[in-house]
Unconditional design. Structure first.
Length: 86
């Protein structure tokens, strides 16, 4: 048997109950920086793929989610003055 076997990415995101989806999203965002800095290339690829799957599922389930004006492109432009934009 191989010393290292690839871990499964986890349950299908479409099968996750809402609370579990949120917990998985919280966990993957919490571990992102550490994976980027110290994970293997394979770990980073796997992490990126799973994070994308979870985020797409969240957006699919919540297409009308509240969006903070400051987190939009126009809101960001309004925060910065012309001198900061170049």
């Amino acid at each position: 048997m191989a010393e290292h076997e690839a871990r499964e990415a986890g349950p299908s995101v479409s099968e996750l109950e809402e609370g579990r989806l949120m917990k998985e999203l919280e966990a993957i965002h919490r571990t992102r920086h550490e994976t980027l800095l110290h994970g293997s290339d394979d770990a980073l690829v796997t992490h990126t793929q799973r994070m994308g799957e979870l985020e797409r599922e969240y957006v699919r389930r919540h297409p009308g989610r509240a969006q903070t004006p400051g987190r939009t492109r126009s809101g960001a432009r309004a925060r910065t003055g012309p001198e900061e934009r170049g």
